[in-house]
Ligand binder design. Structure first.
Ligand code: GSH
Length: 207
């Protein structure tokens, strides 16, 4: 297996999951800052010009973080990252869809890539401020949903938690501090303490 990733990007979540699973895998960095995602060679890997991508052992390419996370969890039951019952699966999809659609791409991406969402560059500052306010609202929802829970799905750590961990690392982009979302901060610290998470951070040159 091979993961296409960018250091500190959302691809850190499947990178963590791969370390949790513990099977050998390769990792190829894609330099988003230099626009490598738009190069023809990478667009053959992912025409959507995004990381993460997982190249599986049969050579097939899987895109979209929620799909990659669920596939890794379901095909590696021994790792215990996604139990096999329907309720666990549907709750994981509920979380991952919210994190991907609302908090990440409907929130943070509108802060960091505001120019893509407006026709007139003069509107970027206002669009950025609106995106920050929306992202803070989504963070508050995530924080509320974590109340009284050790992890996203309850007592057990799952494929959802690494994505929450990554999105928690980005809170500063909104102008808020992680401490403003105490349940999310607690989840972040719990996840950060896991050896697989430390391995993935080190592999990406992060702390
Ligand atoms: N819907 C995609 C979104 C992934 C995504 O937004 N990836 C970002 C990094 S966190 C990216 O590749 N950005 C490059 C760009 O937008 O040019 C998924 O869930 O995998």
């Amino acid at each position: 297996m091979k993961l296409f990733y960018a250091p500190g990007a959302c691809s850190l979540a499947p990178h963590i999951i791969l370390h949790e699973i513990g099977k050998p895998f390769a990792a190829e960095a894609v330099n988003l800052k230099e626009g490598a995602q738009f190069h023809p060679a990478y667009q053959r890997v992912n025409p959507k010009a995004k990381v993460p991508v997982l190249e599986r052992d049969d050579g097939s390419l899987l895109t979209e973080l929620p799909a990659i996370s669920i596939w890794l969890g379901r095909t590696n039951p021994v790792a215990g990252l996604l139990a096999g019952d329907d309720e666990t699966l549907v709750r994981a999809i509920e979380w991952l869809n919210f994190l991907s659609g609302s908090l990440h791409n409907g929130g943070y991406t509108r802060i960091t890539r505001a120019e893509r969402f407006v026709g007139d560059p003069a509107h970027v500052p206002a669009a950025t401020e609106k995106a920050k306010a929306d992202t803070i609202k989504h963070l508050a929802v995530a924080n509320d949903q974590l109340a009284g829970r050790e992890h996203a799905l309850g007592a057990r750590y799952s494929v959802v938690d690494p994505y929450l961990f990554v999105l928690a690392r980005w809170v500063g982009r909104t102008g808020k501090a992680l401490a403003d979302f105490p349940n999310l901060a607690a989840l972040h610290d719990r996840v950060a303490a896991r050896p697989a998470v430390q391995k993935a951070l080190k592999a990406e040159g992060l702390s």
